[in-house]
Design a protein around this ligand. Sequence first.
Ligand code: URA
Length: 296
Amino acid sequence: MQFPQALESVLQTLERMRAESAHRPCASRRALEALNRVAPSHSAESISESRTSVMEQHSPPVAPERSEGGSCPKNLGGPSRTGIDSAAPSKHQNVEKLGAVNERVCVCVKCPNLARSRTQTVFGVGNPDADLMFVGEAPGADEDAQGEPFVGRAGQLLTKIVRAMGFAREDVYIANILKCRPDTPGSSYGNRPPTPREMQTCRPYLIEQIDIIRPKVIVALGAVAVEGLLGTRAPMRELRGRWDSFNGTPLMVTYHPAYLLRNQSPSEKRKVWEDMMLVLERLEKPISEKQRNYFL
Ligand code: URA
């Protein structure tokens, strides 16, 4: 297919999505610039113009243009990732509601330094109707690059834990206190913990996610998640393995998988597994003998 026809086809698809779907497609300035770069016979103006003519004949525009920060990540959980069908209206509604929150998140510039430094926001992933929700700290470099929480090494360990519990990653919902990777000025690598102010600023988005999903149990992964959710600061050895409550939802605190990667001691890993067995009991899931004897 020649470029002009391909472009026309993309624009028509976007227009159809815009007309038929509750989620408006988001296109960042960076994405448009990339499109312009691969269009040798089309000037930047001509693509912007054709985009305007096809996409913006129905006002308002597709999505607010941002000076920084990338486009709306797609990994919200939804039919394509979770096999949800039209016979599951509450799931379908939750996909739409989460999509609406994500539309605000992906253009959020409340923390200007994070909006400038992020590749994209990292909203959350998984079953929009999940019984079990995991809350971590903030995206790292891998998550910032891929737009999905817990996809790096710590994420792989979390996925292993989820599977050992008898779930698929797609069965649960995974989100973070912060939707942006904390910036590390002067360095493109490394991580830093979110500041209390960043947590306060981003917290309402997480609360909206929890209110929509209404999980039966929340697992807070690590001290930052506990601070972000409960406002409590204490050593993890005092917090973990206990039931707390987040606005009436039972909340289990356990170690962050990154801690287990740093501290490979079997006793620490076993503690996390024991916390997860408490979660399974709370969810009234049967625990097999093999699971009882399991070590991460
Ligand atoms: N650590 C977190 O807390 N969240 C992620 O998404 C990845 C690593």
